[in-house]
Design a protein around this ligand. Structure first.
Ligand code: AMP
Length: 283
């Protein structure tokens, strides 16, 4: 496994591989890898001749008072995980290389970036769309894999790839959860033991929604209230948003069908966690 930090070297390596007729599968991450990332890497391994992982904590997708400076990291462990998943190249650029002085270009996916996490984190998805565009241009992937854990991010990237005719196949992967239901996240490491227990209210709320949908409930308002009631039972949880939306357009839904998205963001102390489900989809 090769570790490349220089942007130019990564791009030249990728272009050279492409000239040799190799296909490149790509998994972009912010590091502190867990089983969710590993599931993307294992799938990526089957999708290309060369598997590239990037680790880059992208400053322009963090707001002023967010956790950019405290974002967890353990590069040695990440490299071991990557090696175990068959990664060929780990790309670890630095911020000054990615955003040298004078940098002023951005990519914005206008409508899909507005609701849900975009409303609580203004500018977040512009930062995501911009860095993913840069990473795609540097890594030259044929296939790129993203988790449905970040459902809106996946929707934004799919739209961007289609709108800008990017020659990349974007693949969405299932949410990987702990045995008790908590969606894996690098940010789970911020949780105290009591917050970790309280964090189960996110997945519990989604399970309740799925059960009520399976039992025939089709009112978005009713399902939303059911989910809110589950969160309300947890005194440590503060809701950022809980929304019932169309899974394709992210527009509000009044009635629910198999493609309806229920997405939520909840704060436990200082830690903001997200989770979601498509009600009619197998999990
Ligand atoms: P991050 O390092 O948090 O930016 O995540 C990198 C990629 O891993 C994104 O495409 C995420 O959606 C994906 N990911 C993170 N957590 C999970 C999870 N629990 N299950 C599946 N994919 C995940």
């Amino acid at each position: 496994m090769k570790i490349i930090s220089a942007i130019e070297e990564m791009q030249q390596t990728a272009l050279g591989l492409k000239r040799q007729g190799k296909t490149i599968a790509f998994v972009p991450t912010m590091g502190y890898l867990h089983e969710g990332h590993a599931s993307l890497l294992r799938e990526g391994r089957t999708r290309g001749d060369i598997l590239v992982l990037s680790i880059f904590v992208n400053p322009i997708q963090f707001g002023q008072n967010e956790d950019l400076d405290s974002y967890p990291h353990d590069r040695e462990r990440d490299f071991r995980t990557a090696e175990g998943c068959g990664v060929d190249i780990v790309f670890t650029p630095d911020s000054t290389g990615m955003y040298p002085s004078g940098f002023q270009t951005g990519v914005a996916v206008r409508e899909l970036s507005q609701p849900l996490c975009g409303a609580s984190r203004p500018g977040h998805f512009d930062g995501v769309a911009t860095v993913v565009t840069k990473l795609f241009n540097i890594v030259q992937p044929d296939v790129a894999l993203f988790g449905r854990k970040d459902y809106q991010q996946l929707a934004v990237i799919r739209r961007m790839a289609a709108d800008l005719n990017l020659p990349v196949q974007v693949i969405g992967m299932p949410i990987v959860r702990e045995a008790d239901g908590l969606a894996l996240s690098s940010r789970n490491s911020y949780l105290s033991p009591v917050e970790r227990q309280a964090a189960l209210c996110l997945s519990r709320a989604l399970v309740r929604v799925r059960e009520r949908y399976a039992a025939g409930e089709r009112s978005a308002a009713t399902l939303k209230n059911e989910a809110l009631a589950v969160i309300a039972q947890e005194p440590l949880a503060a809701i950022d948003y809980l929304e019932v939306r169309d899974g394709a357009t992210l527009e509000p839904s009044q009635t629910v069908d198999s493609g309806t998205l229920v997405a939520l963001a909840v704060k436990l102390g200082q830690t903001r966690l997200i989770d979601n489900t498509i009600v009619g989809e197998e999990q």
